[in-house]
Write a protein that binds this ligand. Structure first.
Ligand code: ITT
Length: 202
């Protein structure tokens, strides 16, 4: 049967479709189904992922899968965290959001290396309410000025510890897995997905 990908973020949707493709899952996005976008009222990545997946499963009567994720900066006490999308404002201006991160670091008097991580919570919810939850994280440093025009969101300012370029300089396949070993995931989303695939898709 079909699986709903409960996201309205095109960059995320693209990556989730790439990750799902090898598993032969028939997926449709919440946007394509015209499902409403619930307000993210929870206080954790995990809570918001569950909220979005539940909302889509109830509205569609299909199993639904949601991703809640964000950038957590050590010197900013974990901000923007669950507010990562909201820091980009109504018009989702991530150039401005990256600049806001730099400004806040400057205000705090923080000095490089600016340690940070991306975290991703995935929730898979069936119409009967059954839920499975997974998490993934990648650690790295922030670089200014931003580098690269690939990916989405905060990708141009995040350099994972494992490689010498930012996510903004990587194609989605490079962001998903470490070179030379397609089986070892790199990004927070690919790491969470890998755990989910082992538990639920294979
Ligand atoms: P949905 O809730 O509809 O899925 P959203 O963009 O609101 O879309 P989130 O609430 O999870 O999603 O916000 C996560 C934000 O964190 C997202 O907008 C990006 O700016 C950022 N983010 C998450 N994963 C990222 C990644 O892999 N690369 C760059 N930025 C990322």
């Amino acid at each position: 049967g079909k699986l709903v990908i409960a996201t309205h973020n095109p960059g995320k949707l693209w990556e989730l479709q790439q990750l799902l493709a090898p598993h032969g899952v028939d997926a449709v996005s919440a946007g394509d189904l015209g499902l409403p976008e619930p307000e993210e009222t929870e206080t954790t990545f995990r809570g918001n992922a569950a909220l979005k997946a539940r909302s889509a499963a109830m509205a569609s009567g299909l199993p639904a899968f949601a991703d809640d994720s964000g950038l957590c900066v050590d010197a900013l006490d974990g901000a923007p965290g669950i507010y990562s999308a909201r820091w980009a404002g109504e018009n989702r201006d991530f150039k401005a959001a990256c600049e806001l991160v730099r400004q806040k670091l400057e205000e705090r008097g923080a000095t490089p290396p600016y340690r940070a991580n991306f975290t991703c919570a995935l929730a898979l919810v069936w119409p009967d309410g059954h839920i499975e939850e997974f998490e993934g994280r990648v650690d790295g440093v922030l670089v200014f000025p931003p580098k690269g025009d690939k990916g989405f969101g905060y990708d141009p300012i995040f350099k994972p510890d494992e490689l010498d370029k930012t996510f903004g300089e990587m194609m989605s396949a490079e962001k998903h897995a470490l070179p030379g070993d397609g089986s070892r995931a790199l990004s927070h989303r690919a790491r969470a997905f890998q755990t989910m695939a082992k538990a639920c898709l294979d």
